[in-house]
Design a protein. Sequence first.
Length: 175
Amino acid sequence: MKGKKTIHVITWITGILTVLLGVYAIVRPMRTFLTIGWILGALLLVNGIELVILALAKEKKEIGACILGVVEGLAGIILLFSGLQRFLTDIMAAYLVGASILIYGIFQIAGGVKCLKVSKGKGILAIVCGVLSVIVSIMAFNHPVLTMVSVGYMIAFSVLMQGINMIVLAVNLGK
């Protein structure tokens, strides 16, 4: 019974903290997006250290994996301690979002054209959505700051919804 109560309390705490983080992210969407460079730097550093440890821990040392781990760790350190590199990473992330939307739109249009033979309504809807995606991607390429803010809001709402879900879970755990 004590373990269940502990889980209940932890779920409440993490839910409330996640909601607060979501609210902060809504208030600061650009700052939310600009954390991508920090997160990527930390992931590269941790993964680099892990690669080195795993490569050296094996009976037959893997020098290639060790070198890759060192390079990856150094890339993480550079990202964490170089504001310019983080900024460039964040800018590239904005353009990658635009590229992803463009590719999605192209596939939507192609799928819509194929679907026209089966269902005109579904085909036309897919083509319209694809064209809208291509237009959004063009906007993303031309206005990367708008893309950053938009993605920041998407992250914020996602975090907020996760926090609300955790609080609902905590309420249901208490029953």
